[in-house]
Design a protein around this ligand. Structure first.
Ligand SMILES: *[C@@H]1O[C@H](CO)[C@@H](O)[C@H](O)[C@H]1NC(C)=O
Ligand SMILES: *[C@@H]1O[C@H](CO)[C@@H](O)[C@H](O)[C@H]1NC(C)=O
Ligand SMILES: *[C@@H]1O[C@H](CO)[C@@H](O)[C@H](O)[C@H]1NC(C)=O
Ligand SMILES: *[C@@H]1O[C@H](CO)[C@@H](O)[C@H](O)[C@H]1NC(C)=O
Ligand SMILES: *[C@@H]1O[C@H](CO)[C@@H](O)[C@H](O)[C@H]1NC(C)=O
Ligand SMILES: *[C@@H]1O[C@H](CO)[C@@H](O)[C@H](O)[C@H]1NC(C)=O
Ligand SMILES: *[C@@H]1O[C@H](CO)[C@@H](O)[C@H](O)[C@H]1NC(C)=O
Ligand SMILES: *[C@@H]1O[C@H](CO)[C@@H](O)[C@H](O)[C@H]1NC(C)=O
Ligand SMILES: *[C@@H]1O[C@H](CO)[C@@H](O)[C@H](O)[C@H]1NC(C)=O
Length: 425
Protein backbone atom coordinates (compact mmCIF):
# COMPACT_ATOMS: atom_id res chain seq x y z
CA UNK A 1 0.00 0.00 0.00
CA UNK A 2 1.62 3.31 -0.99
CA UNK A 3 1.76 5.52 2.06
CA UNK A 4 3.74 8.51 0.87
CA UNK A 5 3.60 11.13 -1.81
CA UNK A 6 6.97 9.93 -3.07
CA UNK A 7 5.61 6.55 -4.08
CA UNK A 8 2.55 8.12 -5.63
CA UNK A 9 4.53 10.60 -7.68
CA UNK A 10 6.81 7.81 -8.87
CA UNK A 11 3.68 6.09 -10.16
CA UNK A 12 2.50 9.30 -11.79
CA UNK A 13 5.81 9.69 -13.59
CA UNK A 14 5.53 6.24 -15.15
CA UNK A 15 4.90 6.35 -18.86
CA UNK A 16 1.85 5.12 -20.75
CA UNK A 17 1.16 1.45 -21.23
CA UNK A 18 -0.29 1.28 -24.74
CA UNK A 19 1.68 -0.49 -27.43
CA UNK A 20 3.18 1.90 -29.93
CA UNK A 21 3.13 2.84 -32.74
CA UNK A 22 -0.60 3.24 -32.37
CA UNK A 23 -1.59 3.88 -35.93
CA UNK A 24 0.70 1.70 -38.05
CA UNK A 25 -1.92 -0.84 -39.02
CA UNK A 26 -3.61 1.54 -41.43
CA UNK A 27 -2.31 2.01 -44.97
CA UNK A 28 -2.92 5.12 -47.05
CA UNK A 29 -1.27 8.31 -45.75
CA UNK A 30 -2.60 11.84 -46.04
CA UNK A 31 0.11 14.23 -44.92
CA UNK A 32 -0.68 17.86 -44.18
CA UNK A 33 1.86 20.65 -43.68
CA UNK A 34 1.04 24.17 -42.39
CA UNK A 35 0.34 26.58 -45.26
CA UNK A 36 2.12 29.45 -43.55
CA UNK A 37 1.36 32.93 -42.18
CA UNK A 38 -2.06 34.44 -42.81
CA UNK A 39 -3.61 31.22 -44.13
CA UNK A 40 -6.30 29.00 -42.62
CA UNK A 41 -5.24 25.34 -42.46
CA UNK A 42 -8.73 24.04 -41.64
CA UNK A 43 -9.78 23.36 -45.28
CA UNK A 44 -6.75 21.21 -46.09
CA UNK A 45 -7.10 19.31 -42.80
CA UNK A 46 -10.78 18.64 -43.51
CA UNK A 47 -9.80 17.38 -46.98
CA UNK A 48 -7.19 15.02 -45.51
CA UNK A 49 -9.72 13.65 -43.03
CA UNK A 50 -12.04 12.96 -45.98
CA UNK A 51 -9.39 11.46 -48.24
CA UNK A 52 -8.01 9.14 -45.57
CA UNK A 53 -11.35 8.22 -44.00
CA UNK A 54 -12.24 4.51 -43.93
CA UNK A 55 -8.86 2.97 -43.36
CA UNK A 56 -6.18 5.64 -43.83
CA UNK A 57 -3.66 7.52 -41.71
CA UNK A 58 -3.59 11.29 -41.50
CA UNK A 59 -0.23 12.83 -40.62
CA UNK A 60 -0.61 16.30 -39.14
CA UNK A 61 2.77 17.88 -39.77
CA UNK A 62 5.94 17.29 -37.82
CA UNK A 63 6.97 18.20 -34.29
CA UNK A 64 7.13 22.00 -34.07
CA UNK A 65 4.59 22.67 -36.83
CA UNK A 66 1.72 25.00 -35.95
CA UNK A 67 -1.51 24.91 -37.95
CA UNK A 68 -3.78 27.95 -38.00
CA UNK A 69 -7.42 26.94 -37.51
CA UNK A 70 -9.93 29.73 -37.95
CA UNK A 71 -13.14 27.78 -38.34
CA UNK A 72 -15.03 25.22 -36.34
CA UNK A 73 -14.32 21.64 -37.47
CA UNK A 74 -16.15 18.33 -37.08
CA UNK A 75 -14.36 15.19 -38.18
CA UNK A 76 -16.53 12.15 -38.76
CA UNK A 77 -14.14 9.25 -38.98
CA UNK A 78 -14.23 5.49 -39.39
CA UNK A 79 -11.08 3.37 -38.99
CA UNK A 80 -8.64 6.27 -39.07
CA UNK A 81 -5.22 6.74 -37.50
CA UNK A 82 -3.91 10.22 -36.84
CA UNK A 83 -0.22 10.96 -36.33
CA UNK A 84 -0.88 14.30 -34.66
CA UNK A 85 2.67 15.66 -34.51
CA UNK A 86 1.93 19.37 -34.90
CA UNK A 87 -0.23 21.83 -32.94
CA UNK A 88 -3.66 23.01 -34.06
CA UNK A 89 -3.84 26.60 -32.87
CA UNK A 90 -7.41 27.84 -32.88
CA UNK A 91 -8.30 31.47 -33.39
CA UNK A 92 -12.02 31.39 -32.69
CA UNK A 93 -13.86 33.22 -29.96
CA UNK A 94 -17.53 32.89 -30.73
CA UNK A 95 -18.10 29.18 -31.40
CA UNK A 96 -19.55 26.68 -28.97
CA UNK A 97 -16.76 24.23 -29.55
CA UNK A 98 -13.74 24.38 -31.78
CA UNK A 99 -13.09 20.75 -32.71
CA UNK A 100 -15.40 17.74 -32.55
CA UNK A 101 -14.26 14.22 -33.35
CA UNK A 102 -16.97 11.63 -33.99
CA UNK A 103 -17.04 8.11 -35.42
CA UNK A 104 -15.68 4.65 -34.77
CA UNK A 105 -12.19 3.17 -34.42
CA UNK A 106 -10.07 6.29 -34.24
CA UNK A 107 -6.50 6.09 -33.00
CA UNK A 108 -4.63 9.33 -32.35
CA UNK A 109 -0.99 9.54 -31.33
CA UNK A 110 0.35 13.03 -30.66
CA UNK A 111 3.79 11.80 -29.57
CA UNK A 112 4.00 14.44 -26.79
CA UNK A 113 4.48 17.16 -29.42
CA UNK A 114 1.04 17.57 -30.92
CA UNK A 115 -2.29 18.80 -29.64
CA UNK A 116 -4.58 21.80 -29.54
CA UNK A 117 -3.76 25.36 -28.54
CA UNK A 118 -6.92 27.25 -27.61
CA UNK A 119 -5.27 30.71 -27.64
CA UNK A 120 -6.84 31.33 -24.24
CA UNK A 121 -4.37 33.95 -23.04
CA UNK A 122 -5.77 36.57 -25.43
CA UNK A 123 -9.21 35.85 -24.03
CA UNK A 124 -8.14 35.83 -20.36
CA UNK A 125 -6.24 39.09 -20.70
CA UNK A 126 -9.15 40.80 -22.40
CA UNK A 127 -12.11 39.54 -20.39
CA UNK A 128 -10.58 39.48 -16.94
CA UNK A 129 -8.86 42.82 -17.15
CA UNK A 130 -11.02 44.98 -14.85
CA UNK A 131 -10.47 47.98 -17.15
CA UNK A 132 -12.60 46.22 -19.78
CA UNK A 133 -15.48 45.74 -17.30
CA UNK A 134 -16.89 42.59 -18.92
CA UNK A 135 -18.37 39.61 -17.13
CA UNK A 136 -18.29 36.23 -18.84
CA UNK A 137 -20.66 33.52 -17.66
CA UNK A 138 -21.13 29.81 -18.28
CA UNK A 139 -22.85 29.03 -21.54
CA UNK A 140 -21.75 32.19 -23.27
CA UNK A 141 -20.42 30.58 -26.44
CA UNK A 142 -16.81 30.06 -25.43
CA UNK A 143 -15.33 27.03 -27.24
CA UNK A 144 -14.36 23.71 -25.69
CA UNK A 145 -10.87 22.95 -27.01
CA UNK A 146 -11.24 19.22 -27.79
CA UNK A 147 -14.51 17.28 -27.98
CA UNK A 148 -15.11 13.59 -28.58
CA UNK A 149 -18.81 13.14 -29.29
CA UNK A 150 -20.89 10.25 -30.65
CA UNK A 151 -17.75 8.17 -30.90
CA UNK A 152 -16.67 4.65 -30.00
CA UNK A 153 -13.37 2.76 -29.77
CA UNK A 154 -11.21 5.85 -29.62
CA UNK A 155 -7.65 6.06 -28.28
CA UNK A 156 -5.86 9.37 -27.79
CA UNK A 157 -2.26 9.14 -26.72
CA UNK A 158 0.39 11.64 -25.52
CA UNK A 159 -1.70 14.68 -26.39
CA UNK A 160 -1.31 18.27 -25.16
CA UNK A 161 -3.96 20.97 -24.67
CA UNK A 162 -2.66 24.51 -24.18
CA UNK A 163 -4.61 27.59 -23.07
CA UNK A 164 -8.21 26.32 -23.28
CA UNK A 165 -10.74 29.16 -23.15
CA UNK A 166 -13.42 26.96 -21.59
CA UNK A 167 -13.17 23.22 -20.84
CA UNK A 168 -10.07 21.53 -22.25
CA UNK A 169 -11.92 18.41 -23.26
CA UNK A 170 -15.37 16.83 -23.30
CA UNK A 171 -16.32 13.20 -23.85
CA UNK A 172 -20.01 13.17 -24.73
CA UNK A 173 -22.36 10.41 -25.90
CA UNK A 174 -19.44 8.06 -26.44
CA UNK A 175 -18.40 4.51 -25.64
CA UNK A 176 -14.96 2.97 -25.06
CA UNK A 177 -12.64 5.95 -25.19
CA UNK A 178 -9.12 5.97 -23.70
CA UNK A 179 -7.08 9.13 -23.24
CA UNK A 180 -3.59 8.19 -22.10
CA UNK A 181 -0.74 10.65 -21.54
CA UNK A 182 -2.54 14.00 -21.58
CA UNK A 183 -1.11 17.34 -20.51
CA UNK A 184 -3.50 20.24 -20.00
CA UNK A 185 -2.05 23.64 -19.21
CA UNK A 186 -4.31 26.62 -18.53
CA UNK A 187 -1.76 28.94 -16.98
CA UNK A 188 -2.26 32.69 -17.13
CA UNK A 189 0.97 34.58 -17.81
CA UNK A 190 -0.43 38.13 -17.81
CA UNK A 191 1.11 39.88 -14.77
CA UNK A 192 -2.15 41.79 -14.28
CA UNK A 193 -3.81 38.47 -13.37
CA UNK A 194 -1.14 37.41 -10.90
CA UNK A 195 -2.66 36.00 -7.72
CA UNK A 196 -6.17 35.89 -9.29
CA UNK A 197 -8.02 33.07 -10.97
CA UNK A 198 -7.98 34.33 -14.53
CA UNK A 199 -8.65 30.84 -15.90
CA UNK A 200 -12.17 29.93 -14.69
CA UNK A 201 -14.00 27.04 -16.45
CA UNK A 202 -10.77 25.56 -17.81
CA UNK A 203 -11.68 22.01 -16.69
CA UNK A 204 -9.25 19.23 -17.61
CA UNK A 205 -12.05 16.94 -18.80
CA UNK A 206 -15.80 16.50 -18.59
CA UNK A 207 -17.71 13.27 -19.20
CA UNK A 208 -21.40 13.27 -20.09
CA UNK A 209 -23.71 10.49 -21.37
CA UNK A 210 -20.74 8.18 -21.85
CA UNK A 211 -19.76 4.65 -20.89
CA UNK A 212 -16.40 2.87 -20.52
CA UNK A 213 -14.06 5.85 -20.56
CA UNK A 214 -10.44 5.73 -19.29
CA UNK A 215 -8.16 8.57 -18.29
CA UNK A 216 -4.57 7.52 -17.65
CA UNK A 217 -1.40 9.52 -17.01
CA UNK A 218 -2.86 13.00 -16.91
CA UNK A 219 -1.30 16.23 -15.75
CA UNK A 220 -3.69 19.16 -15.46
CA UNK A 221 -2.80 22.74 -14.51
CA UNK A 222 -6.04 24.70 -14.43
CA UNK A 223 -8.33 27.16 -12.69
CA UNK A 224 -11.38 24.94 -12.33
CA UNK A 225 -12.25 21.22 -12.12
CA UNK A 226 -9.26 19.13 -13.12
CA UNK A 227 -11.75 16.45 -14.13
CA UNK A 228 -15.55 16.51 -13.91
CA UNK A 229 -17.75 13.44 -14.11
CA UNK A 230 -21.17 14.67 -15.14
CA UNK A 231 -24.58 13.07 -15.72
CA UNK A 232 -24.88 9.55 -17.16
CA UNK A 233 -21.23 8.66 -16.88
CA UNK A 234 -20.74 4.95 -16.21
CA UNK A 235 -17.69 2.70 -15.94
CA UNK A 236 -15.19 5.51 -15.66
CA UNK A 237 -11.57 4.59 -14.97
CA UNK A 238 -8.99 7.14 -13.82
CA UNK A 239 -5.39 6.19 -13.08
CA UNK A 240 -2.27 8.25 -12.38
CA UNK A 241 -3.87 11.66 -12.54
CA UNK A 242 -2.19 14.81 -11.23
CA UNK A 243 -3.98 18.12 -10.69
CA UNK A 244 -2.28 21.46 -10.05
CA UNK A 245 -4.51 24.33 -8.92
CA UNK A 246 -8.23 24.84 -9.45
CA UNK A 247 -11.24 23.42 -7.63
CA UNK A 248 -10.19 19.78 -7.54
CA UNK A 249 -11.56 16.60 -9.07
CA UNK A 250 -15.34 16.85 -9.40
CA UNK A 251 -18.39 14.65 -9.58
CA UNK A 252 -20.97 17.06 -10.96
CA UNK A 253 -22.54 19.35 -10.89
CA UNK A 254 -25.44 16.94 -11.12
CA UNK A 255 -29.17 17.52 -10.99
CA UNK A 256 -29.07 20.91 -12.67
CA UNK A 257 -31.81 20.12 -15.18
CA UNK A 258 -35.33 19.75 -13.83
CA UNK A 259 -36.82 16.22 -13.85
CA UNK A 260 -33.77 14.84 -15.63
CA UNK A 261 -32.08 11.79 -14.15
CA UNK A 262 -28.27 12.00 -13.82
CA UNK A 263 -26.67 8.63 -13.17
CA UNK A 264 -23.02 8.19 -12.23
CA UNK A 265 -22.07 4.58 -11.59
CA UNK A 266 -19.02 2.35 -11.36
CA UNK A 267 -16.18 4.83 -11.08
CA UNK A 268 -12.70 3.66 -10.19
CA UNK A 269 -9.92 6.15 -9.42
CA UNK A 270 -6.36 5.10 -8.54
CA UNK A 271 -3.49 7.47 -7.71
CA UNK A 272 -5.04 10.91 -7.84
CA UNK A 273 -2.86 13.77 -6.60
CA UNK A 274 -3.91 17.38 -6.18
CA UNK A 275 -1.32 20.03 -5.37
CA UNK A 276 -1.54 23.71 -4.64
CA UNK A 277 0.89 25.73 -6.76
CA UNK A 278 2.42 29.20 -6.45
CA UNK A 279 -0.50 31.48 -5.54
CA UNK A 280 0.72 34.14 -7.99
CA UNK A 281 0.14 31.60 -10.78
CA UNK A 282 -3.10 30.05 -9.44
CA UNK A 283 -4.59 30.95 -6.06
CA UNK A 284 -7.18 28.15 -5.90
CA UNK A 285 -6.82 24.56 -4.76
CA UNK A 286 -10.24 23.64 -3.49
CA UNK A 287 -10.52 19.91 -2.98
CA UNK A 288 -8.95 16.54 -3.47
CA UNK A 289 -12.32 15.26 -4.67
CA UNK A 290 -15.68 16.97 -4.40
CA UNK A 291 -19.18 15.84 -5.27
CA UNK A 292 -21.98 18.34 -5.76
CA UNK A 293 -25.59 18.48 -6.80
CA UNK A 294 -28.14 21.18 -7.29
CA UNK A 295 -31.10 21.49 -4.96
CA UNK A 296 -34.24 19.50 -5.75
CA UNK A 297 -36.26 22.48 -6.95
CA UNK A 298 -35.67 24.64 -9.97
CA UNK A 299 -34.30 28.14 -9.44
CA UNK A 300 -33.87 29.90 -12.76
CA UNK A 301 -32.64 28.57 -16.06
CA UNK A 302 -29.45 26.56 -16.69
CA UNK A 303 -26.62 27.03 -17.33
CA UNK A 304 -26.32 29.94 -14.88
CA UNK A 305 -28.90 28.50 -12.49
CA UNK A 306 -31.09 25.42 -12.31
CA UNK A 307 -31.90 22.48 -10.06
CA UNK A 308 -34.68 19.94 -9.72
CA UNK A 309 -32.87 17.01 -11.31
CA UNK A 310 -32.89 13.47 -9.90
CA UNK A 311 -30.58 10.46 -10.10
CA UNK A 312 -27.76 8.80 -8.18
CA UNK A 313 -24.04 8.44 -7.67
CA UNK A 314 -23.33 4.81 -6.84
CA UNK A 315 -20.31 2.51 -6.54
CA UNK A 316 -17.27 4.77 -6.52
CA UNK A 317 -13.84 3.54 -5.37
CA UNK A 318 -10.86 5.83 -4.84
CA UNK A 319 -7.52 4.19 -4.09
CA UNK A 320 -4.70 6.57 -3.03
CA UNK A 321 -5.69 10.20 -2.93
CA UNK A 322 -2.85 12.64 -2.22
CA UNK A 323 -3.93 16.07 -1.01
CA UNK A 324 -1.29 18.81 -1.33
CA UNK A 325 -2.70 21.76 0.61
CA UNK A 326 -6.19 21.75 -0.83
CA UNK A 327 -8.89 23.39 1.26
CA UNK A 328 -10.68 20.03 1.74
CA UNK A 329 -9.55 16.46 1.10
CA UNK A 330 -13.14 15.49 0.30
CA UNK A 331 -16.31 17.52 0.19
CA UNK A 332 -19.87 16.55 -0.70
CA UNK A 333 -22.75 19.01 -0.83
CA UNK A 334 -26.17 19.08 -2.45
CA UNK A 335 -27.05 22.74 -2.16
CA UNK A 336 -25.94 24.35 -5.42
CA UNK A 337 -28.57 26.83 -6.55
CA UNK A 338 -30.03 27.33 -3.07
CA UNK A 339 -30.23 30.93 -1.87
CA UNK A 340 -26.79 32.28 -1.11
CA UNK A 341 -25.12 30.02 -3.65
CA UNK A 342 -22.89 31.46 -6.34
CA UNK A 343 -21.64 29.62 -9.41
CA UNK A 344 -22.24 26.08 -8.18
CA UNK A 345 -21.02 26.68 -4.62
CA UNK A 346 -23.13 25.63 -1.67
CA UNK A 347 -26.02 27.82 -0.58
CA UNK A 348 -28.23 27.71 2.51
CA UNK A 349 -31.71 28.81 1.55
CA UNK A 350 -35.01 27.23 2.62
CA UNK A 351 -34.76 24.69 -0.21
CA UNK A 352 -31.31 23.47 0.75
CA UNK A 353 -32.57 20.05 1.90
CA UNK A 354 -34.49 19.13 -1.23
CA UNK A 355 -32.18 17.21 -3.59
CA UNK A 356 -33.29 13.63 -4.21
CA UNK A 357 -30.08 12.67 -6.01
CA UNK A 358 -28.65 9.94 -3.82
CA UNK A 359 -25.05 9.00 -3.04
CA UNK A 360 -24.22 5.41 -2.02
CA UNK A 361 -21.34 2.95 -1.81
CA UNK A 362 -18.43 5.36 -2.02
CA UNK A 363 -15.12 4.03 -0.69
CA UNK A 364 -11.81 5.83 -0.22
CA UNK A 365 -8.71 3.77 0.54
CA UNK A 366 -5.59 5.74 1.61
CA UNK A 367 -6.20 9.46 1.73
CA UNK A 368 -3.09 11.35 2.77
CA UNK A 369 -1.52 14.80 2.74
CA UNK A 370 -2.39 18.26 4.04
CA UNK A 371 -5.37 20.59 4.00
CA UNK A 372 -5.14 24.34 4.59
CA UNK A 373 -7.78 24.29 7.36
CA UNK A 374 -8.81 21.72 10.00
CA UNK A 375 -11.98 20.34 8.34
CA UNK A 376 -10.43 17.56 6.25
CA UNK A 377 -13.68 15.92 5.16
CA UNK A 378 -17.11 17.50 4.91
CA UNK A 379 -20.03 15.32 3.86
CA UNK A 380 -23.44 17.02 3.78
CA UNK A 381 -25.97 14.77 2.08
CA UNK A 382 -29.51 15.85 1.34
CA UNK A 383 -32.00 14.72 4.03
CA UNK A 384 -34.47 14.15 1.15
CA UNK A 385 -32.27 11.26 -0.07
CA UNK A 386 -29.86 10.35 2.74
CA UNK A 387 -26.59 8.87 1.54
CA UNK A 388 -25.26 5.52 2.77
CA UNK A 389 -22.23 3.29 2.51
CA UNK A 390 -19.60 6.05 2.65
CA UNK A 391 -16.31 4.58 3.87
CA UNK A 392 -12.81 5.97 4.47
CA UNK A 393 -10.08 3.39 5.03
CA UNK A 394 -6.74 4.75 6.20
CA UNK A 395 -7.10 8.52 6.29
CA UNK A 396 -3.91 10.39 7.18
CA UNK A 397 -4.71 14.01 6.40
CA UNK A 398 -3.41 16.77 8.66
CA UNK A 399 -4.05 20.47 8.67
CA UNK A 400 -1.03 22.51 7.61
CA UNK A 401 -1.52 24.90 10.55
CA UNK A 402 -0.95 22.01 12.95
CA UNK A 403 -4.50 21.83 14.35
CA UNK A 404 -6.19 18.45 14.76
CA UNK A 405 -8.16 17.54 11.63
CA UNK A 406 -11.94 17.24 11.89
CA UNK A 407 -14.65 15.55 9.88
CA UNK A 408 -18.30 16.40 9.52
CA UNK A 409 -21.27 14.51 8.21
CA UNK A 410 -25.00 15.05 7.89
CA UNK A 411 -27.89 13.47 6.01
CA UNK A 412 -26.62 9.88 6.16
CA UNK A 413 -28.87 6.91 6.89
CA UNK A 414 -25.96 4.91 8.37
CA UNK A 415 -25.58 7.62 11.00
CA UNK A 416 -21.82 7.69 10.49
CA UNK A 417 -18.95 7.68 8.03
CA UNK A 418 -17.43 4.22 8.17
CA UNK A 419 -13.72 3.98 8.86
CA UNK A 420 -13.32 7.32 10.61
CA UNK A 421 -16.36 6.84 12.84
CA UNK A 422 -17.70 10.31 12.39
CA UNK A 423 -21.25 10.66 13.60
CA UNK A 424 -23.62 12.19 11.12
CA UNK A 425 -25.72 14.78 12.83
C1 LIG B 1 2.49 6.35 -43.40
O1 LIG B 1 3.07 7.15 -42.35
C2 LIG B 1 3.62 6.35 -41.30
C3 LIG B 1 4.02 7.27 -40.17
O2 LIG B 1 4.67 8.40 -40.64
C4 LIG B 1 4.78 5.53 -41.85
O3 LIG B 1 5.31 4.73 -40.81
C5 LIG B 1 4.27 4.63 -42.96
O4 LIG B 1 5.34 3.98 -43.56
C6 LIG B 1 3.53 5.45 -44.03
N1 LIG B 1 2.87 4.54 -44.94
C7 LIG B 1 2.85 4.74 -46.25
C8 LIG B 1 2.10 3.72 -47.05
O5 LIG B 1 3.41 5.68 -46.76
C1 LIG C 1 -5.28 32.35 -39.64
O1 LIG C 1 -6.21 32.34 -40.71
C2 LIG C 1 -7.01 33.50 -40.77
C3 LIG C 1 -8.05 33.28 -41.88
O2 LIG C 1 -7.43 32.99 -43.09
C4 LIG C 1 -6.10 34.70 -41.04
O3 LIG C 1 -6.89 35.87 -41.07
C5 LIG C 1 -5.07 34.80 -39.93
O4 LIG C 1 -4.16 35.83 -40.22
C6 LIG C 1 -4.30 33.51 -39.81
N1 LIG C 1 -3.45 33.57 -38.62
C7 LIG C 1 -2.16 33.26 -38.68
C8 LIG C 1 -1.40 33.35 -37.38
O5 LIG C 1 -1.61 32.89 -39.69
C1 LIG D 1 -19.40 48.11 -15.81
O1 LIG D 1 -20.47 47.51 -16.54
C2 LIG D 1 -21.70 47.54 -15.84
C3 LIG D 1 -22.72 46.70 -16.60
O2 LIG D 1 -22.59 46.86 -17.97
C4 LIG D 1 -22.13 49.00 -15.67
O3 LIG D 1 -23.37 49.04 -14.96
C5 LIG D 1 -21.06 49.76 -14.90
O4 LIG D 1 -21.39 51.13 -14.83
C6 LIG D 1 -19.70 49.59 -15.56
N1 LIG D 1 -18.67 50.15 -14.69
C7 LIG D 1 -17.72 50.96 -15.15
C8 LIG D 1 -16.72 51.42 -14.12
O5 LIG D 1 -17.66 51.31 -16.30
C1 LIG E 1 -12.25 -0.55 -27.21
O1 LIG E 1 -11.47 0.15 -28.16
C2 LIG E 1 -10.19 -0.43 -28.36
C3 LIG E 1 -9.40 0.50 -29.24
O2 LIG E 1 -10.04 0.70 -30.47
C4 LIG E 1 -10.36 -1.83 -28.93
O3 LIG E 1 -9.08 -2.42 -29.07
C5 LIG E 1 -11.19 -2.66 -27.97
O4 LIG E 1 -11.45 -3.91 -28.54
C6 LIG E 1 -12.52 -1.97 -27.69
N1 LIG E 1 -13.23 -2.69 -26.66
C7 LIG E 1 -14.53 -2.92 -26.70
C8 LIG E 1 -15.11 -3.63 -25.54
O5 LIG E 1 -15.22 -2.57 -27.65
C1 LIG F 1 2.39 25.68 -18.35
O1 LIG F 1 2.36 26.95 -18.95
C2 LIG F 1 3.15 27.93 -18.31
C3 LIG F 1 2.90 29.25 -19.01
O2 LIG F 1 3.11 29.13 -20.37
C4 LIG F 1 4.61 27.49 -18.36
O3 LIG F 1 5.41 28.43 -17.66
C5 LIG F 1 4.75 26.12 -17.69
O4 LIG F 1 6.07 25.65 -17.83
C6 LIG F 1 3.81 25.12 -18.35
N1 LIG F 1 3.85 23.87 -17.60
C7 LIG F 1 3.85 22.67 -18.20
C8 LIG F 1 3.92 21.49 -17.32
O5 LIG F 1 3.78 22.55 -19.41
C1 LIG G 1 -29.64 9.73 -18.38
O1 LIG G 1 -30.14 8.42 -18.25
C2 LIG G 1 -31.49 8.39 -17.78
C3 LIG G 1 -31.85 6.94 -17.55
O2 LIG G 1 -31.60 6.20 -18.67
C4 LIG G 1 -32.38 9.09 -18.81
O3 LIG G 1 -33.70 9.12 -18.31
C5 LIG G 1 -31.90 10.52 -19.01
O4 LIG G 1 -32.66 11.15 -20.02
C6 LIG G 1 -30.43 10.51 -19.43
N1 LIG G 1 -29.95 11.88 -19.50
C7 LIG G 1 -29.37 12.37 -20.59
C8 LIG G 1 -28.94 13.80 -20.53
O5 LIG G 1 -29.17 11.71 -21.59
C1 LIG H 1 -18.46 -1.31 -9.07
O1 LIG H 1 -17.53 -0.65 -9.91
C2 LIG H 1 -16.40 -1.45 -10.21
C3 LIG H 1 -15.45 -0.55 -10.98
O2 LIG H 1 -14.89 0.34 -10.08
C4 LIG H 1 -16.83 -2.65 -11.00
O3 LIG H 1 -15.70 -3.46 -11.27
C5 LIG H 1 -17.83 -3.43 -10.20
O4 LIG H 1 -18.34 -4.49 -10.97
C6 LIG H 1 -18.99 -2.54 -9.79
N1 LIG H 1 -19.87 -3.25 -8.87
C7 LIG H 1 -21.14 -3.44 -9.13
C8 LIG H 1 -21.89 -4.17 -8.09
O5 LIG H 1 -21.66 -3.04 -10.16
C1 LIG I 1 1.79 22.65 2.00
O1 LIG I 1 1.93 23.63 3.00
C2 LIG I 1 3.01 23.36 3.89
C3 LIG I 1 2.94 24.36 5.03
O2 LIG I 1 2.57 25.62 4.58
C4 LIG I 1 4.32 23.41 3.09
O3 LIG I 1 5.39 23.10 3.94
C5 LIG I 1 4.25 22.38 1.96
O4 LIG I 1 5.40 22.48 1.15
C6 LIG I 1 3.03 22.59 1.11
N1 LIG I 1 2.89 21.46 0.18
C7 LIG I 1 2.38 21.58 -1.04
C8 LIG I 1 2.29 20.35 -1.87
O5 LIG I 1 1.98 22.64 -1.48
C1 LIG J 1 -32.41 20.83 6.77
O1 LIG J 1 -32.40 19.57 7.42
C2 LIG J 1 -31.74 19.60 8.67
C3 LIG J 1 -31.61 18.16 9.15
O2 LIG J 1 -32.82 17.47 8.99
C4 LIG J 1 -32.50 20.49 9.63
O3 LIG J 1 -31.83 20.56 10.87
C5 LIG J 1 -32.58 21.89 9.03
O4 LIG J 1 -33.40 22.71 9.83
C6 LIG J 1 -33.16 21.85 7.62
N1 LIG J 1 -33.04 23.17 7.05
C7 LIG J 1 -33.96 23.68 6.25
C8 LIG J 1 -33.70 25.07 5.74
O5 LIG J 1 -34.96 23.06 5.92
Amino acid sequence: MPSSATILFAALAASGTLASPLVSRWGQNCTVKPLGPGQDDAPQILKAMGDCNNGGTVVLGAAGDVFNISQRMTWNLQDVGIEWNGVLKTEIQSQATSLIISGHNIHIDAHQTGGVDGSGQVFWSYYFNPANNITKNDGDGRPIAFTIQHASNVVVKDFHIWEPILWSSLIDASYNVTLDGMVVNATNTDPMGAGKNWTPNTDGFNTFRSDTISFKNWKVICGDDCGAIKGNSTNIYVKDFACFGGNGFAFGSLGQYQDQEDIVENVYIENLAVSRIDSRVQPNMGNGIYMKTWVGVKNGEPPISGGGGTGRVHNVTVNNLFVGNATYAFQLYQTSGSAGATSGLPGAGVDKNTSTLQFSDITFNNVFGLTTQPKAISVACSPAAPCHGITFNNVAVASNDGTVPSYSCSGNSDGRLFGIDTKCT
